[in-house]
Design a protein around this ligand. Structure first.
Ligand SMILES: [Zn+2]
Length: 249
């Protein structure tokens, strides 16, 4: 159902495909509300996950591959299948008992906490969010709520790996422009194609944002290689569910 990071102390989870009730291309733990899955199954999947983690309310944004990070409270708590007015790719709170969720299927999920000052964040970073440095914005938002950079612990969750994320020049140019020119290499078999390391790029940005190297954990999982256990947009050509990354004080 989920894995955790060894460096986070608050309740959190990176979910996988296992342990849900959805069928077909959504089998089995799909947490996407509007992907064509049976609503009853999705609600049951959420019920199982939230029961396992002790979650009773959560915030989630309509994700738009932006650099936008919103500070949320219980007033922003989401009801399943209700309209969601929040458009963003990062959420931050200092409110206890409010879980923050981002959804991914190859993109990079990043969970952050400052346990001493009581601030958490959840970030969705595909290549656009990565090069827009959304994780830097998340750290800034945490600091504005009282967190200290040197206290922040970050967990970069299961996402598509370096060896599987083939991209074009629009991605490598954007990575170079933010000082992440070491996070891609040419594809020797395809002229004009490259492989990009989104987890590594987000790690670079976290370090530049003041997070200490010993406070960053990176999941070794490649969602495309492990498509039996994780949702992979690339492997399924988009016919898939989503996993969630969630954190709560
Ligand atoms: Zn892979």
């Amino acid at each position: 159902m989920y894995t955790t990071s060894p460096n986070l102390t608050f309740t959190h989870a990176f979910t996988d495909r296992l342990g849900g009730v959805s069928e077909g291309i959504f089998a089995s733990l799909n947490l996407g509300e509007h992907l064509g899955d049976d609503e009853k199954c999705v609600r049951e999947n959420y019920r199982r996950l939230f029961e396992a983690l002790g979650i009773t309310k959560f915030a989630v944004a309509h994700q738009i591959h932006s650099s936008t990070v919103l500070t949320v409270t219980s007033a922003d708590a989401h009801e399943l299948y209700a309209p969601n007015p929040c458009a963003a790719d990062g959420l931050v709170t200092r409110e206890k008992g409010l879980a923050l969720m981002v959804k991914t299927a190859d993109c990079v999920p990043i969970l952050l906490e400052d346990a001493e000052h009581g601030v958490i964040a959840a970030v969705h970073a595909g290549w656009r969010g990565t090069v827009a440095e959304i994780v830097k914005n998340a750290v800034s938002s945490m600091v504005s709520l009282g967190a200290k950079g040197e206290n922040i612990r970050a967990a970069i969750g299961p996402a598509i790996g370096y060896e599987c994320f083939q991209v074009g020049e629009e991605v490598t140019e954007a990575l170079s422009s933010i000082g992440c020119g070491s996070r891609f290499r040419p594809d020797p078999e395809n002229e004009g194609k490259f492989y990009a390391d989104l987890k590594g790029a987000n790690c670079d940005i976290l370090l530049r944002s003041g997070v200490r190297p010993e406070n960053i954990w990176i999941s070794p999982v490649c969602t495309r290689c492990q498509h039996d256990k994780y949702w992979s947009h690339r492997y399924t050509d988009g016919h898939r569910g989503v996993q969630a990354s969630v954190i709560m004080m």
